[in-house]
Design a protein around this ligand. Structure first.
Ligand SMILES: [Fe+2]
Length: 255
């Protein structure tokens, strides 16, 4: 019997695969599994050999170097970048980048990219039938302040379909990239919004077997961050080391 094309595999079959893997999870299973069969494309592209360590000094010769003057204050406001107001729910997203002891990670470059309110990216790889918003690029960046805080004003992204299986939808999310002190320390992850009904169905979020680790990727609504008749506030902190480390991707494929 030949295998079914992925587009015909049902959500129920994918959910059963996820459940089986989670039932076998091990203690400390709190980072994404690189080869996670329900997330189909990981099967062919996840690393199967030991990672090769690059010479950090050599990498620095071609790596970007960011100083305070390189990142403009307006780059953290994705609602004013394109000469008009983007459609959607305006939000403020704020949080701290800290190490395992709660110490602030200062002057770190934080980059985000996301779909628009309709769930569409401005990217030739995204051609699904939802509108592009001419007033929304979906990318922003900032440096953390003395307290390790970052802050973005943006539009709440919509969920979007992908071709992992039949009727597959990604929960609304924002991609984050964090640079350490050099290019080789870049970390990439995704942040989600609370109470999304798609969490349990999503093979990417579920590739992290540990529930409490998955929860670390979910922002909280914070009423004190909301502004009267203007926007809703969300908070999401990132922990870089220790037992409460935020789960991070270890690949360059960001769906
Ligand atoms: Fe995405």
């Amino acid at each position: 019997m030949t295998a079914q094309p992925d587009a015909l595999i049902s959500q129920q079959a994918i959910s059963e695969e996820i459940e089986k893997i989670h039932a076998d999870r091990r203690a400390g299973d709190d980072q994404p599994r690189l080869g996670f069969p329900p997330y189909r494309s990981t099967l062919l592209r996840h690393p199967t050999k030991e990672l090769r360590h690059v010479d950090p000094e050599g990498a620095e010769l071609v790596a970007p170097v960011f100083g305070h003057s390189d990142v403009g204050a307006l780059e953290s406001d994705l609602t004013i970048q394109r000469g008009g107001e983007p459609i959607g729910e305006r939000i403020l997203l704020r949080g701290r980048i800290v190490d395992g002891d709660g110490r602030p990670v200062r002057r770190q470059l934080v980059e985000i990219w996301q779909a628009n309110a309709a769930g569409r990216y401005i990217h030739k790889g995204d051609q699904h039938p939802a509108p592009v918003d001419p007033h929304f690029s979906g990318v922003g960046r900032c440096l953390t302040d003395d307290d390790g805080c970052y802050s973005f004003t943006t539009i709440k992204p919509g969920p979007y379909p992908w071709r992992n299986h039949r009727n597959a939808w990604r929960p609304a999310h924002i991609h984050f990239s964090l640079f350490g002190t050099d290019f080789t320390q870049r970390m990439v992850t995704q942040m989600y919004f609370p109470s999304d009904p798609l969490f349990a169905l999503d093979p990417i979020l579920q590739s992290i077997p540990d529930q409490s680790a998955r929860d670390r990727l979910i922002a909280t609504y914070e009423h004190d961050l909301s502004q009267h008749e203007w926007l809703m506030g969300y908070r999401w902190d990132v922990v870089l080391t220790g037992s409460h480390t935020t789960p991070m991707e270890q690949k360059n494929d960001h769906v």
